[in-house]
Structure formats: C-alpha cells, structure tokens
Design a protein around this ligand. Structure first.
Ligand code: GAR
Length: 213
C-alpha cells in the first residue's frame, strides 16, 4: 500500500516536526514526509530536516499581496508534492476557512492545552493564569474555527504548584512529542472515524496473512 504523504507547516522551533521524523525513522509511524513548508525563513525547523532528504519550501506571507494568494501557493505546493495529510506543527498563522474547506478532514493540529479549554495563543500561560490544576495537549482535526475541530487524542499533564510557563510548557511538550506521531499513525492506518464532533478510534486490522482464530 502507498504510504501516506505528509505535508508539514512550521514557523519556528520544529520540535514536533522532529518528533514526526523520529517516529518515521524508528518505524513507529508508517508515513513519508513529502514536504515541509515554513512561513519563516529563519525557522529552526528548517535545519532539522537537513540531511533527511525532505523537500522544504519557504513561503513568506509578506511576499504575497493577499492571504488568498499566499494560501494558493501553499495549496499548489501540497498538490505538487502529492500531500495526503497536512500537519500544523507550531505554524503560527491562522488559515482561512476557504483554505481549510479545500482539505476536509485532512489537516491536523497539535495544541498545548486540553481543548476546548485555552484555545489560541499562549495556552500554557492561560492555564497557569486561570489556576487550572490539570493542563495537557490535544491533537485535533482543523475546522474553520479557532482550535475547535474534532478531537483525536488528548493527554493530561498536572500543573505543579511551583510551575512557571517554561516548566509547564516543557512537560506538555514532552507529551506532545508522543501524542502527535501516535495520532498521525492512527490516520495512516485508517483507524480514525469522524462522526460529527466525535472521532472514534477503530481497532487495528490484523495484518494480511496473519493467523486468525
Ligand atoms: C507547540 O507547543 C505546539 O503545541 C504549539 O506551538 C509549539 C510549537 O513547538 N502550537 C500552538 O500553540 C498552536 N496554537 P515546535 O515548533 O517545537 O513544534
């Protein structure tokens, strides 16, 4: 079977992109990264793909007169590289509903909070400021709202009394790196069934030729 081709959108550090690369090279994720697009030419994420033979493109918003033209270029690049699933991995731009509606159920995001709590920017700070005792992260399909699409996987991370934004973010990030490749792998195995807002995780199919009782 053809491997699912991933297109990853990044803006900065790229540690979640790294987690995807690591999962693929450790055979924990049966997929191929077909393209990494950064909207930031200085993103550290771009250095992470060096040596992995993964095509990268920088598409800067300021080089386009409208958001629509910028997004047309993104879509054209994904089409050119036969991308099946788009991953937002620290991509710090909001995509228009026009763009999102072109890829229904084919864009995933990771967010550093237990959605629907604390959507948007600085989710870890929002959780601390609110006094939440439990934080965490969420992998979800992207819909036209802000961090509002159907939830695929979530995991909780306790907030400690002496946490700062940095310490909490670091503990959440550690879990993000486990959760995102796992969610992508479920997609690649065709084990995600979206029913309205709910995403059911289907049981693993036995491998062809495997003994069944
Ligand atoms: C991650 O913590 C991710 O959850 C967050 O940005 C960070 C990117 O880190 N995303 C959002 O807040 C999106 N709303 P990375 O570049 O090292 O993967």
């Amino acid at each position: 079977m053809r491997k699912t081709v991933l297109g990853v959108l990044v803006s900065g550090r790229g540690s979640n992109l790294q987690a995807i690369i690591d999962a693929i090279s450790a055979d924990r994720l049966d997929a191929k990264i077909g393209l990494v697009i950064s909207d930031n030419p200085d993103a550290h994420a771009l250095q992470r793909v060096a040596g992995w033979n993964i095509p990268t493109v920088v598409v800067e918003r300021k080089k386009y007169s409208s958001r629509q033209d910028f997004e047309e270029r993104l879509a054209a690049e994904f089409a050119l590289h036969h991308v099946d699933l788009i991953l937002l991995a620290g991509f710090m731009r909001i995509l228009s509903s026009h763009f999102i509606s072109r890829f229904p159920g084919k864009i995933m995001n990771i967010h550093p909070a237990l959605l629907p709590a604390f959507p948007g920017l600085n989710a870890q700070k929002q959780a601390l400021d609110y006094g939440a005792k439990v934080a965490g992260c969420t992998v979800h399909f992207v819909d036209e709202g802000m961090d509002s699409g159907p939830i695929i996987l979530q995991e909780a991370v306790p907030v400690l009394d002496n946490d700062t934004v940095e310490t909490l973010s670091e503990r959440i990030l550690h879990v993000e790196h486990i959760l995102y490749p796992r969610a992508v792998n479920l997609y690649c195995q065709q084990r995600l069934a979206v029913e309205g807002r709910r995403v059911r995780i289907l049981p693993k199919m036995p491998k062809e030729g495997a003994k069944t009782q």
